[in-house]
Design a protein around this ligand. Sequence first.
Ligand code: ADP
Ligand code: MG
Length: 812
Amino acid sequence: MGVSPFKAAIDAVLAPLEFAARSDFAHFDRVRALGETVSAACARAAELAIPKDARDLLAHVGKQFATVADDEMTPAKVAAALERLRPLAAPDWAEAALARSPVALPGVGPNREAKLAKRGVATITDLLFRLPIRYDDRRSLTKVAELTVGLRATFVATVLVSGFSAQRRQGRGRRGRTFEAVVSDETGTVRLKWFFGTDAIASMAKKNARLLVTGEVKRYRFDKELVHPEIESLPEPADRGREAGASGPRPAPTLDQIVPEYSSPEGLHPRALRRLIESAMRQYADLVGGHLPDNLVRTQKLPEPADALRELHAPTPESDVEALAAGTSRAFVRLVLEELYLLELGLGLRRARRGREPGIAITDAGSRTRAAIAGLPFELTRAQRGAWEEISADLVCPHPMSRLLEGDVGCGKTVVAFLAAIAVAAAGHQSAIMAPTELLAEQHARTLRHLVATSGTEPELRTALLTASIPKAEADAIRLAIAAGEIDLAIGTHALLQESVEFHSLALVVIDEQHRFGVRQRAALAEKSRDSASPHTLVMTATPIPRTLALTLHGDLDLSVIDELPPGRRPTRTLLVREGEGARVSEALRETVERGEQVYVVYPLVEDSEKIDLRSASESAARIRSAFPDYRIDLVHGQVDAAARSEAMARFARGETQVLVSTTVIEVGVDVPNATLMIVEHAERFGLAQLHQLRGRVGRGGHQGTCICVARGVTEDSEARLHALLSTTDGFEIAEADLKIRGPGEFLGTRQSGRLPDLRIADLTRDVKQIAVARAAAQQTLVQDPKLQRSKELADAVRARWGDRLALVGVG
Ligand code: ADP
Ligand code: MG
């Protein structure tokens, strides 16, 4: 990119000062007219369109130097000026300054400035990067006769009559001044109306004026009309021509144009916003620099960022509107890649830093894990073996593992975690597994103890369950055993995070279902380890998301994927039943129980209304009891104490009860092979991933599983979720659909936590392809310069853009 006028002007100020200061002021007494030269250069620089900070500083220094004669000039004065001005020459100074500069543009007073700031337009950067939401293609004009109600259109017409119509506005009791114009072309006439800002309109829409009109066509009684259309004056037909406007001071709009449309914050007229953006563009766009590696810019044929901004904000008649609108134009891609490249660099740097932290190398565990695998009651699937290889390779390293294990419900993640715990125990250290609910922790304990028993590992893995509802005396004993290193694997909930829990030598933390776990909780657990070495972390999730997206969202986690189910699993059949079709549900329940299989009935758990859920779940249990007096039915919910709950779960697991009615406390991880029917009440209240998890609970024992979703009143979103649920059984597709419906922030439950860095332009859902490009580029950059020590400018840019936020991401 060429040197911007701003850079050139700053250099002109700095050069004489640097000259005077060369060789430690050795030649200072030979310098002449420095005051004059510097103040003149400052004045010239301050005339440019530059960020306010710079203008103020230059004015200040200029004034100081203007009055200093040669015999009063001292090295101290020069040094002080240099110290203040040198930062302005730094490559990213201008950009950083724009991000600080208030919207001090012509026509924006302090009041307006404050108003804009309140609406998210606080700085010049906010304006420059507020990209159009769509484009009005005014190159194709409509005829008045062809105007269609409900569609936006652009047409040229001449004003037949216009004027204010004084009407009493409804309810306000004050006379509003509506301005109306009836315009026509050779095919017909149409009415235009404005309710405010009418003075400016009135001066444009005079009788016989030719206007370019753009707006949405509405129906008014039997006529068509446009309310608050945008209008532009056109030259009289006689002197019309493409060149007509080119020379004049205020170019008349040509007919061929593509006009950007912005979503303007409330209280700011779209036209006013457009003007502001135009003005910011004219003055400052060239200060926006880029950071992408040259070869990427070349191979992707990307424009410079300043040109990209121009293309997006002020397309030319030659622009490809469709590409602009779809976000696939080179200009748009440039800005997206700029943003993602810095993000990926930041994530890469963090990951590298983490990779250098001291960890606990788990060595000499091979024979014990091999024995455990051989002792399992089943063969590991190919995908499980792959994941285990990746994990064991991490464990051997003297740096902490941070790995995400993704895999659909029932793919067998627990076994993999079990093997990791065996390895850690073999090396003389401890592991902890945390589950989001007590029930799940209890089940994990059962599953893991079962694995310990069946795989016959020697010496046996010593496990302990620690949850809030374990009686105090027992819990105290467990805590002591953990601290003494007599427990190899602690299983629990948040209770594991209590201050009083101390590990003898914690080397592995496994977190099941990470989306339920806060960032801080993970960090807390990591701190439980002895010494300064962080434990290895394995996060397991049944909500898989596309690989590149996962790597970006989870920043510094490595990723292992289990993408197949153990053999013999048949996907659950999913049915959607609407309110009033209760008979179908009862019938399915009866058939299932008659076949000797078991049924879950699940109610949503709405936070803060446990009582309501309890009531609906209890009522449902009572209803089923009266409809099927012979069936054994249990009720489980959050208010049943842990002992009673696990007793009920155990009865269901042993097949003593046939129907288990519950709130979503059983949501994830429950494993009863003979359960084949899942009835989800108020399915519309569940998230897509949750529903998918729930249906994964049935049909695990080789029988066909069925999930009946009962929808009682749906919204557009819940309809979309249910539709997605019915259309695929693939967890990855489900996750992608969920992502589209909810957006990445909400999807991961990270909206508030700040883990998802907020992006200005890129959209992690839409721009998945660009994430991959940016990531590859960032990786290449970091291979050549791992700490960006040779690219200070780039390092500064990453820090400036993502510094604080990546610190938040970091705990990941
Ligand atoms: P999830 O990934 O949902 O946590 P689990 O680890 O709970 O899945 O495993 C689900 C069920 O599949 C368990 O009953 C487990 O014993 C069984 N399982 C796991 N791996 C295999 C395998 N390779 N072959 C057969 N069954 C398996
Ligand atoms: Mg699980």
